[in-house]
Design a protein around this ligand. Structure first.
Ligand code: FPP
Length: 267
């Protein structure tokens, strides 16, 4: 099989490193990204924080298009958390307008790329204009059969899990439910359920900007995800950085709690 290798050099501390990424290798089906570092990217350039978010939005377009071309099935992007309301109101207002700007311009390209938009989160609490932009994008791309671009908007994993528990309790109270709850059944009550059994859990979780924490993102779903942290701020996270992250994933051996498969060469 023909492999394309991208050479990525110069990592932190001046050490030289070559990252092998293969387009014909194992491409993670579901990639989730915590797009962090917009504010610091702007600060470094003496720009207001919102300029960082705008640049971050532009980067969403590039990464989405490339992920789709690579054959990723689901790209989940953490765009606004249930905790982000604590930010200054001008920043929150700006973030709430981003989906309007983004979908206004980008939906035709998403259609061309056969990308389907999905949104998970407590969307009922979003401003009306944000809800409308999101609903339109979902409607306009609903017949697309390629990659799912899944925005987490007003999303928080603990609240998601509690909502699932309360929904289950209600079912029990109504007498609809008597069996024991197992993992598959519980997953069906989470916001990722619509992605289907095969795709609800990310294979690879990326966080940009040097922070190494999960920040209430997909706590149930990342139980066996491969984690990848990079110093790069989100607006600068390029196609080569994505290849680097996937290259790192391709070198890992996923065991899901089991043992190394006999006879399989260690990568
Ligand atoms: C975290 O960076 C980033 C966010 C809270 C917002 C992320 C949103 C985008 C990248 C745009 C999304 C686009 C659409 C279409 C919805 P930060 O502000 O916390 O950065 P900092 O840690 O450097 O301050």
């Amino acid at each position: 099989m023909f492999n394309i290798f991208t050479k990525q050099t110069k990592k932190k501390l001046g050490e030289e490193k070559t990252i092998n990424f293969s387009k014909d290798g194992d491409i993670p089906k579901h990639i989730a990204i915590i797009m962090d570092g917009n504010g610091r990217w702007a600060q470094k350039r003496r720009l207001p924080r919102i300029a960082g978010h705008k640049e971050g939005m532009n980067n969403v377009k590039k990464i989405t298009t490339y992920a789709s071309k690579l054959g990723v099935k689901v790209l989940t992007l953490y765009a606004f958390s249930t905790e982000n309301w604590k930010r200054p109101s001008n920043e929150v207002d700006f973030l709430m307008k981003l989906p309007v700007d983004f979908f206004d311009v980008f939906v035709p390209e998403l259609i061309k790329e056969n990308v389907k938009v999905n949104v998970m989160g407590f969307t009922e609490h979003l401003p009306k204009h944000t809800q409308k932009a999101v609903e339109n994008a979902i409607k306009e791309t609903k017949n697309n059969t390629g990659m799912i671009l899944n925005f987490a908007l007003n999303y928080g994993s603990r609240a998601e899990i509690l909502t699932a528990v309360n929904d289950l309790l209600n079912e029990v109270k109504q007498g609809n439910f008597t069996e024991e709850v197992d993992e598959d059944m519980f997953s069906n009550y989470l916001m990722t359920a619509s992605l289907g059994n095969e795709l609800q859990d990310p294979d690879l979780l990326i966080r940009t900007s040097g922070e190494e924490r999960i920040s209430n993102f997909l706590l149930w779903q990342i139980a066996y995800s491969e984690l990848y942290f990079t110093e790069t701020y989100w607006p600068e996270f390029s196609l080569v950085h994505l290849e680097e992250a996937i290259g790192s994933y391709q070198k890992r051996q996923r065991r899901f709690g089991g043992l190394k498969i006999e006879g399989e060469a260690s990568k």
